[in-house]
Design a protein around this ligand. Sequence first.
Ligand code: NDP
Ligand code: 8X3
Length: 256
Amino acid sequence: MTDLKNKWVAITGASSGFGRAAAVAFGSAGAHLMLGARRMERLEETARLALEAGAASACPFSLDVSSTPSVEEFGNALAQRTSELQVLINNAGGALGVDTLLEGKDEDWETMLQTNVLGLLRVSRRLIPLMLRVEGALVINVGSIAGRIPYEGGSVYCGAKAAELQITKALRLELCGTPVRVTSLDPGMAETEFSLVRYKGDAAKAQEVYRGVKALTAEDIAQTMLWLAERPAHVCIDELVIKPTAQAAPYKVARK
Ligand code: NDP
Ligand code: 8X3
């Protein structure tokens, strides 16, 4: 088992959902946390919750993964604190809208590709050099079942998460021979702010997504991330798909 006590863990998108729950989970394992997102008040609340859970330290740092200078500042701030990063969780991202391709808006497309794809690339390029000599280091890239099975109204989000999966597979090949493990963690339906963001603040539409179904929780995903990171250093879970029992595919959901 890989012990995370006093090891450094960087989490993007730590102001809500999976990222916040991951901060609490890795905090409970006694890790030092570098937390990034744009909403600083929310990020500070995450840091407080993680410290309460037992984190060795928690640094909330303003991060916009769609900006290279912002990612560089985040990486520099982490490098000032440690030269050894144990876990990187590339989690920042999400979907915007459910437009068909013919209805699609440039700004939605650009945001989805900037966060889910280019953001993951920028953060990985800056932070993975801090992991190359760390026994049992792990990069967790958060993908989605949407990257494996496309659905109408999801062309760009599905495409972005498909890119995440292929980037993760290429990275796994490129890092073979180093101690760094690489995982694509691909969840199905989980109840977070994901749908509220996708429906641009329309709470009724967001709630409808989860109607009559026991969706995954952010804590389910965070515990899975912790399990991945705690495996022995010689064990790499390349891909992990996790769905609610009631969801067999994006559109195959058994609702009560
Ligand atoms: P949330 O909306 O709750 O969290 C998204 C996080 O991403 C927020 O902390 C947000 O922070 C951050 N974020 C968004 N844009 C940026 C940016 N430009 N720079 C930095 N941070 C950013 O959703 P989830 O927790 O559900 O989503 C986390 C990841 O999981 C996403 O990649 C999503 O695609 C993926 N996913 C979600 C599923 C679900 O059903 N919930 C299923 C499968 C995958 P802020 O706005 O403060 O910057
Ligand atoms: C989120 C899961 O199926 O709503 O990535 O696209 S889905």
